[in-house]
Each structure stands twice: as structure tokens, then as C-alpha cells.
Ligand binder design. Sequence first.
Ligand code: SF4
Length: 64
Amino acid sequence: MKVSVDHERCYGSGDCAHRVPAVFVLAETGYGTVLPGGEDSGADPEVQEAADWCPSQAIVIADR
Ligand code: SF4
């Protein structure tokens, strides 16, 4: 499952990068971003938890 961050919703709280640093980073742009190679980690329970806890619901998990 694919994971991505909707930058129109993200406001850069950094929660995702704090919670799952292997997948998310707070980029210099100020947005949470999926690290290269992390795009297919949407099935990871920690990633799903990060999506659930994202304060702006900006983390998108999709089947493809
Ligand atoms: S937790 Fe959500 S709002 Fe915060 S940086 Fe990550 S994607 Fe953006």
C-alpha cells in the first residue's frame, strides 16, 4: 500500500517524523514528507498509526 503526504493539508507539525522516522521526515519546505524508499510502507501498522494521529489528516494511504 502506498503512503504519501498531502502538502495542501499538512502544516508541518512533525508528528509523523517523530513517530516513524524511518518513513517520514520534516523536510526543509516545512512539510512532512515520505522518505525515498518509504512509499510502499502503507501497510505498516506504525505508518497507519501515524496517519491516524496526523493532526491535519494529511497522510494518505492508498492501495496503489
Ligand atoms: S503529522 Fe501530519 S501535519 Fe504533521 S508533519 Fe506529518 S503529515 Fe504534516
